[in-house]
Design a protein around this ligand. Structure first.
Ligand code: DGJ
Length: 555
């Protein structure tokens, strides 16, 4: 063999290994802008996450999970969100144990479920309860968030490089392992980095490092981002900045004013740049989509009463600037104003994914709205492994009447999984809308569906207070598939040029049979007020029923 050949072989081998890694990466689950929507692409096809998140402790025991997996599959979930705790994979510094992770993967695969991992690294709900014992006990090396009176809290400080590097190192090992065991199968679709970060009970860290950063100039990467994106900033952030004079130099209180919100924005930037390092270290090993989630704000709560520094609507821009390796930021929505909160996250550049939310009947309506109106990538009620068979303490519930009946989640997921190809197509092209009525006061809603206006009123048989959603998917110029979650009556009108009156040509009830929608009854009589209005019934989802409505116009 001559010298040239000897030299060439390793180079060619290295190049083809590189090309192999590149093409494998192109096949990995990823986000892609397709038409009007950003979608999650899995195995080259858009994927709608019909998910559920496990209680915090469930995934620490693959044994416990054995009986849970089949129940989740039976509920028609296609994806389970579950914690992977730092203490589980690195119980001793530098010694990694992925046996729990591997068994979770196996359990999911056996039940045909995909996963979204929740990295419980340095923080879980502001605290650092899931860090390994060697981190928890070493307060010298791994400093804590400090109160203004100098006391420590059980929260690692995001200003500590030692914390960040240890966290990022463990996360990188996890992602490297995932590439080796799941790089071909793609059981794991995405990863949430940390969980509901922020500080409480005060609005910022008062450690020496934090105090120094607080009085130092706001980094130019923050102010230049604000300047560049001024027109698209969250209105609350922009108003705060401009009310303080719209400055581009100065310390945090100079640029954002002397208020508790400034402390929140300061912490948001710090958590964002910390999580950027963790996410980037993980992506360097295995570049799955990654995100961070926010605990939202109760009415009249101040920073520190709520998680100060989390990826809240008013700090989304700072998070985008500080953590470009995160693909989006997500709300955990447990409040009644679902449309309001979800709407603040469904922004250009931030597709909507809801990792945690209420289950039960509430979830059925909210899911129709999230997918139909806000082009959500995914939806995931929390505590989904509680099928009514968990002891209350394990379910994290103190009042038995609070236990959600997740049969409603199953029902809506059956319908959504059958509609998924159409929903994904319409998210791209347009032609899909949904309305959500959230409370007693909301008796009616009005929305555009193609050239028509749908006027939705709660029906007399509805008790009035329940949440109710209706989703409209345009299936022809004058034809819509309608799915609803409660008793309602829908009439149609139009404000477009042409004959003024809108008539109902026909209403068919539709059921899914082996993947195809088939028509059963033509319902142009009593069921639909002699063809004058489409009636939705509270048991439609339980029956797996949707409607095909054809409209026409006349004088
Ligand atoms: C929000 C957290 O992110 C979850 O881990 C869990 O603690 C739920 N709250 C409980 O409601």
């Amino acid at each position: 063999m001559n010298k040239q050949v000897l030299l060439t072989i390793p180079i060619v081998a290295a190049l083809s290994a590189f090309a192999g890694a590149q093409s494998r990466d192109a096949d990995l689950p990823h986000l892609e802008k397709r038409g009007l929507a950003t979608q999650l692409i899995v195995d080259s096809k858009p994927f709608l996450v019909l998910g559920g998140e496990l209680h915090n402790s469930s995934s620490s025991s693959p044994e416990y999970m054995k009986t849970v997996w089949p129940q989740l599959a039976a509920m028609q979930l296609n994806t389970v969100l579950l914690p992977v705790a730092w203490e589980t994979i690195e119980p001793e510094e530098g010694k990694f144990d992925f046996s729990c992770v591997d068994q979770l993967l196996e359990g999911a695969r056996e039940n045909n479920l995909r996963l979204v991992f929740l990295w419980f690294g340095a923080w879980k709900n502001t605290y650092s309860s899931y860090v390994p014992e060697w981190v928890k006990k070493d307060t010298e090396r791994f400093p804590r968030v400090q109160m203004s009176d100098g006391r420590s809290t059980e929260r690692l400080s995001p200003f500590s490089k030692a914390v960040r590097d240890a966290d990022a190192g463990a996360f990188a090992k996890l992602m490297g392992h995932m590439r080796s065991v799941d790089g071909e199968r793609h059981t794991v679709l995405m990863v949430q980095v940390e969980n509901e970060v922020g500080v409480i009970p005060e609005s910022r860290d008062h450690s020496a490092a934090a105090n120094l950063a607080f009085t130092s100039p706001v980094p130019a990467s923050v102010t230049s981002f604000l300047q560049k994106h001024r027109a698209d900033l969250d209105p609350e952030l922009r108003a705060t900045w401009e009310a303080a004079g719209g400055k581009i130099t100065g310390a945090w209180q100079d640029v954002f004013g002397k208020s508790p919100l400034t402390n929140d924005l300061f912490m948001a930037w710090q958590y964002a740049i910390y999580i950027q390092q963790v996410a980037a270290a993980g992506k360097a090993q295995y570049p799955l989509p990654m995100f961070a989630n926010a605990a939202l704000i109760r009415p009249n709560y101040e920073p520190g009463q709520y998680n100060s520094g989390g990826p809240l609507p008013h700090s989304i821009d700072l998070w985008h600037a500080g953590a470009p390796s995160l693909d989006f930021l997500s709300p955990d929505i447990y409040f009644n104003e679902f449309a309001l909160w979800a709407g603040r996250y469904a922004r250009p550049g931030n597709p909507l994914f809801i990792p945690e939310t209420q289950g039960g009947a509430t979830a059925a309506s909210n899911a129709l709205y999230a997918f139909g109106q806000l082009s959500a990538i995914g939806f995931s009620p929390f505590g989904i492994d509680d099928q009514g068979n968990l002891p209350l303490d394990l379910a994290g519930i103190t009042n038995p009447s609070e236990r959600p009946d997740n049969s409603a989640v199953k029902n809506v997921y059956i319908v959504l999984s059958r509609l998924a190809p159409l929903i994904l197509e319409k998210q791209k092209t347009g032609g899909m809308t949904a309305a959500l009525m959230e409370g007693e006061a909301q008796r009616s809603a009005r929305l555009y569906a193609g050239d028509y206006i749908a006027n939705i009123t709660r029906a007399g048989r509805s008790s009035g207070g329940e949440r109710l959603a209706a989703m409209f998917i345009q299936s022809g110029p004058n034809e819509f598939l309608v799915a609803g979650s409660g008793d309602a009556q829908i009439t149609f009108s139009s404000d477009r040029p042409g004959p003024p009156i809108v008539g109902i040509e026909s209403i068919d009830e539709m059921f899914n049979q082996n993947g195809a929608w088939v028509r059963r009854r033509r319902m142009n009589g009593d069921e639909n007020s002699q063809g004058q209005a489409l009636q939705l019934y509270a048991n439609d989802l339980a029956l797996g029923r949707i409607y095909k409505v054809r409209l026409y116009r006349y004088r």
